[in-house]
Design a protein around this ligand. Sequence first.
Ligand code: SF4
Length: 347
Amino acid sequence: MKKSAANKESAATEKSAASGKTPASEKSPAKSKTPASEKTSAAKKTASAKKAAPLKRQAPAKKPAVAPKKAAAAVKGVAPAKTVAPKPPRGESRTALVRRARRIDRELAEVYPYAHPELDFENPFQLVVATVLSAQTTDLRVNQTTPALFAKYPTPEDLAAAVPEEVEEILRPTGFFRAKTKSVIGLSKALTEDFGGEVPGRLEDLVKLPGVGRKTAFVVLGNAFGRPGITVDTHFQRLVRRWRWTEETDPDKIEAAVGALFPKSDWTDLSHHVIWHGRRICHARKPACGACPVAPLCPAYGEGETDPEKARKLLKYEKGGFPGQRLKPPQAYLDAGGRPAPPLGAG
Ligand code: SF4
């Protein structure tokens, strides 16, 4: 897409989001990954956004520093923000909310340019199974468990015919292993019997599979089929509330409210950015506000640690200098200095 066209589309979508309507350009399915040209354009827009006047609602005496671009793009590069608390966005108009939400996403895209699904998978079947297994545990634990599962049961037909007790033994480290065994065998049977052994690419079919809800379905649609979807997990719910993107508490309503703030083509990457930020910096109990690149745009700044040094010690995964969650991370993550997770039982 040419730059001028991209800008026009961006302006149109911001306008449409501000009015709460879905622009025509969003009605057709879009790619899950933002093309490089768009990312470049987004980076340029971010630069200009940084130069723009600060939001009226914040009016901080001194604007907290946003991570420098180079540092932000590097794996460990989250520069500390200064300890200045912005004011909450009282009476923020919808247009201002749309702009602020998109600025936050653009900042996060710079901080996590390598953001990706943190479950290891090689095909849609592996992704749907891994996503079901990720309930109530970390993606890391799932990634450490699935190699043995997929080595023994590489296809839906294999898993559908498995002896449950044998699957339970493999899945034990993920917790709730009996219920998860039932789900993955059940969904494998459904895939085999109803979908010819293939994972369906439609929301209405996916949610009929045992153990698959909207959240899992959108993970699969967005990351295995390139169909835009918003993944409303626990991190997403917490962060959008902190950012006051919506006051909704029901995941389906959050999905609709946040979806209306962004072009559909951004939904999958937006989900990654928000979830990555929740896992690395904006933690549930102690957010690292003093090391947060979106502090100037966040009404909840100060909810966590604001001292830059102390905040930096709270950072997790690659931002804290630790291994990531995937045993087989994408090349972009490795190129940025990220490290793979160790296999189960290693050191
Ligand atoms: S609460 Fe703190 S860590 Fe979370 S986004 Fe706001 S400033 Fe950043």
